[in-house]
Design a protein around this ligand. Structure first.
Ligand SMILES: *Cc1c(COP(=O)(O)O)cnc(C)c1O
Length: 427
């Protein structure tokens, strides 16, 4: 690969995480060389360890059959428990507060069943306008489940005219204005489209001040930001593991429920045998008795294959030094990408970054609004082996992720953009 700056001064040489790139499969670009992959916000790359992790479970199944539930190395009966400590570290939670299960939208529903309990006067749910469609549909259908008209129950936050992202003070003001009519706040920790990261502690505080539950969809935040869900006093959260957590397409999902609900068997929930008190689960008796903590929201026995991949992925995050170490590099990668885009010198009516410039208000992703010929630019990047992500109507999302993206990847984008501007913009 051709280096764009001399190796001696190359930031990749000084990057303590540089070696982790070797632990992932980088798909080849059109020239057969590894692509520059900026799509970890959509599907994280495959860790080389994933294949062996799954192979081990095949091996147990092949050799042990049902006994794999109780025998080494698999112990499927307790498999999900082996994810708990690493998951708690990942999101800043107590082990009691997290569980890995199901898929993201399923978990959103399970949590809303417990934490969106509209009454005659307190029935509204606050979300971001233009949230990820699955979240919109989930919330709409939850309103209908309670016999409510979604148009009346759902309140959407929208940016001020001429702005692309939300201001914390406006979110707080809207929560205060809704007051006792507000049952629940459910916002993405990082907005999938703009890349804006929200001040979750401030939103939790504002929601609690009016007596509402506050939850976050962390699909774009888990594995991207340092999270402190317990200290931020968030009530509930869930996330997928196939984006920044590299746990495979359709992979499993994580759930957080704050400690204060750990021993609340009275909370309405949809129940299944895996959420039942584990000490008596196999007595197969009538009468659901939830386990303490987030584990009490489980329904089904564990999905061993996706969880095996997830365990291997979480192990990589821990070995890299956890989210604090990843975030340090992430901020540098994104700042460099931002400065290369600004260096193009294009006016905002041609190309603008809609992600906040303040690093505390974003994760790794930059969303670039291309006012003209955006799709053409996206295809131009792809032809150069730069895998970005296209969102209608005209946004290119670029997510440099610290585990496998290099500074050289970012320079490749800068060079390609410069070439596009020089060759195409004048036409
Ligand atoms: C990726 C994503 C989803 C996807 O939901 P699945 O149930 O995993 O298919 C949902 N919500 C948000 C905000 C996302 O970013």
């Amino acid at each position: 690969m051709n280096s764009l700056v001399p190796t001696t001064t190359h930031p990749d040489a000084a990057d303590p995480l540089a070696a982790f790139r070797q632990e992932f499969h980088l798909p080849p670009g059109p020239d057969g060389q590894p692509c520059a992959y900026f799509c970890g916000n959509s599907l994280g790359l495959m860790p080389k360890a994933a294949r062996a992790a799954v192979e081990q479970e095949f091996e147990s199944w092949e050799r042990l059959g049902v006994e794999g539930h109780f025998q080494a190395p698999s112990f499927w009966m307790h498999f999900h428990d082996t994810l708990t400590e690493a998951t708690a570290r990942l999101v800043g939670a107590l082990p009691l507060e997290v569980v890995v299960m199901n898929n993201l939208t399923v978990n959103l529903h399970l949590l809303l069943v417990s934490f969106y309990r509209p009454t005659g006067s307190r029935y509204k749910i606050l979300m971001e306008g233009g949230a990820f469609p699955s979240d919109q549909y989930a919330i709409e259908s939850q309103a209908r489940l309670h016999g409510l008209d979604p148009a009346e129950a759902i309140v959407e936050l929208v940016p001020r005219p001429g702005e692309h992202t939300l201001r914390t003070e406006d979110i707080e003001a809207k929560i205060a204005e809704l007051g006792d009519s507000l049952a629940t706040v459910l916002i993405g920790g990082v907005n999938y489209y703009t890349g804006q990261a929200f001040d979750m502690a401030a939103i939790a505080r504002a929601g609690h001040a009016v007596g509402a539950y506050v939850g976050f969809d962390l699909a774009h935040a888990a594995g991207n930001l340092e999270l402190h869900l317990h200290d931020w006093d968030v009530d509930f959260a869930c996330w997928c593991t196939y984006k920044y957590l590299n746990s495979g397409p359709g992979g499993t999902s994580g759930v957080f429920v704050h400690e204060r609900f750990a021993n609340r068997p009275d909370l309405v929930r949809l129940a299944g045998w895996w959420g039942h008190d584990a000490s008596v689960r196999f007595q197969m008796k009538k009468g659901f008795r939830p386990m303490a903590g987030a584990a009490g929201w489980q329904l089904s026995n564990a999905q061993i294959f996706p969880m095996a991949i997830h365990r291997a992925s979480l192990e990589i995050v821990d070995r890299a030094g956890g989210m604090a170490a990843l975030r340090r590099k992430s901020e540098q990668l994104t700042a460099r990408l931002e400065s290369l885009i600004h260096g193009l010198g294009l006016p905002a009516d041609k190309l603008e970054i809609i992600t906040p410039a303040d690093p505390t208000q974003r994760g790794c992703q930059l969303s670039v609004l291309v006012h003209e010929r955006g799709r053409e630019l996206f295809d131009f990047l792809a032809a150069q082996g730069i895998i970005a992500d296209w969102r209608e109507p005209n946004v290119i999302r670029l997510a440099p992720v610290p585990l496998y993206n290099s500074f050289e990847d970012v320079e490749r984008v800068g060079a390609a953009l410069t070439q596009w501007v020089n060759e195409r913009m004048g036409e």
